[in-house]
Design a binder for this molecule. Structure first.
Ligand SMILES: [Zn+2]
Length: 391
């Protein structure tokens, strides 16, 4: 089947024209991609949200039931609100070899290159299929890729390996930190502040938890460090706190959030157990002496696993080979790679554009980066056609 052939730059302009800010629907973009693939005879599988407002797309070029290599990316972008743009963020504008627009770097540039490569992949006799795995809601905690991964091994063939095309300037990233966010709700008992012994001060309890969290933060620094990260250890930060109602009332409630940026090897469940145990054994017994209804709820609100491809990773070796490089990198921002890796699909991060331009006003990608990525994906096609011969 001969569908339309567009350049990566033309496809990028189309993808950017859909305002897929995370809080909006991405369906128009998904329908465009589904349509484009269908015109080439490639049928997509759609994984919609429960309310049908958003969807992931999964498609396979080449032999259908064989685990292949997935080109993975998120379709959502961060908001432009409050940012000063020189030109319309949803119309790609070219100035001095740079393509400006929301999502050009993060990461519609990669999606465009992947889609532009499809006609070439279809001409080849691929031995290893190439999957397209496009998600949503990545920017708000890597949420959208999870239901798609949950269907691996069922409705969707589970990829043998995954290339996550976040902007790395086309260098090979084999590790990143994993952000984990906790939400804490402390419920004490209100009382007149002159009769403090009748109340349970939720802010004072938060103070105890803060001290324990600060101990954990300190201990994380003392653990074996990983010099590839900056900073080279896991961080813990209390990021929000809110409590009390008036200056003369013992505060009945206090809420706080804290965030750990874990390096690979840090045991998140151990941190979770420790803070739960501290609340249950140190804080609660005292609180309940006065107020039996006192409570402390601690829950992980969002978690992206830290990512480490490991030293014997087939996909890292392949990415290095195709990119003509011999050195891998570690980054501090999170991607969907950790989730793929945990699900048993070894991943690597490599994509066009620079993370420094992501999320900014006047976000841009260099045309040279688009060309570099397209050449990389063409070499991937060679590899997929001839099996492991390229290695
Ligand atoms: Zn991104």
């Amino acid at each position: 089947m001969k569908g339309p052939s567009y350049s990566a730059t033309e496809l990028l302009a189309r993808l950017v024209s859909f305002d897929t800010t995370s809080h909006k629907s991405n369906l128009q973009l998904i329908r465009f991609v589904e349509d484009y693939l269908l015109q080439h005879g490639v049928v997509s599988q759609i994984v919609p949200t429960a309310d049908g407002e958003k969807a992931s797309l999964y498609a396979t070029v080449g032999p259908a039931a064989v685990p292949g290599i997935a080109l993975s990316g998120h379709t959502d972008v961060v908001p432009v609100d409050g940012q000063l743009w020189t030109s319309d963020p949803f119309i790609v504008a070219e100035r001095n070899g740079k393509l400006y627009g929301r999502g050009t770097a993060d990461m519609k540039g990669f999606l465009a290159c992947a889609l532009a490569a499809v006609p070439d992949y279809l001409k080849r006799q691929l031995a290893v299929p190439i999957h397209l795995a496009f998600s949503y809601d990545e920017e708000i905690g890597c949420l959208g890729v999870r239901p798609m991964i949950a269907e691996f091994g069922g409705r969707l063939v589970k990829p043998r390996m995954v290339l996550v095309g976040e902007p790395t300037s086309m260098s090979v990233v084999d590790s990143h930190k994993g952000p984990v966010r906790w939400h804490v709700e402390i419920k004490g008992r209100a009382a007149h502040s002159s009769m403090a012994s009748l109340g349970v001060n939720a802010i004072a309890v938060a103070g105890k938890l803060l001290r324990e969290l600060s101990d954990i933060e300190h201990e994380l620094k003392l653990r074996p460090q990983d010099a590839r990260f900056d900073p080279p250890y896991a961080t813990l930060q209390v990021t929000r706190i809110d409590g009390g109602t008036a200056t003369n009332i013992v505060p009945v409630s206090c809420r706080m959030d804290f965030d750990v940026r874990a390096i690979p090897g840090v045991d998140i469940s151990a941190i979770d157990r420790r803070i739960h145990a501290f609340a249950a054994n140190v804080c609660l017994p005292e609180m309940r002496k006065v107020a039996p209804e006192a409570a402390i709820d601690i829950a992980i609100a969002n978690q992206v696993p830290p990512f480490s491809a490991g030293s014997n990773s087939e996909v890292v070796a392949l990415a290095l080979n195709l990119a003509g490089q011999n050195e891998t990198h570690a980054v501090s921002y999170a991607t969907e790679a950790g989730l793929f890796q945990v699900a048993g699909s070894p991943a690597v991060v490599i994509g066009p554009g620079n993370i420094a331009q992501a999320h900014t006003a006047d976000e841009w990608i260099g045309k040279d980066q688009i060309d570099k990525c397209s050449a990389f994906l063409a070499r991937l096609g060679d590899w997929a056609e001839h099996g492991s011969a390229v290695r």
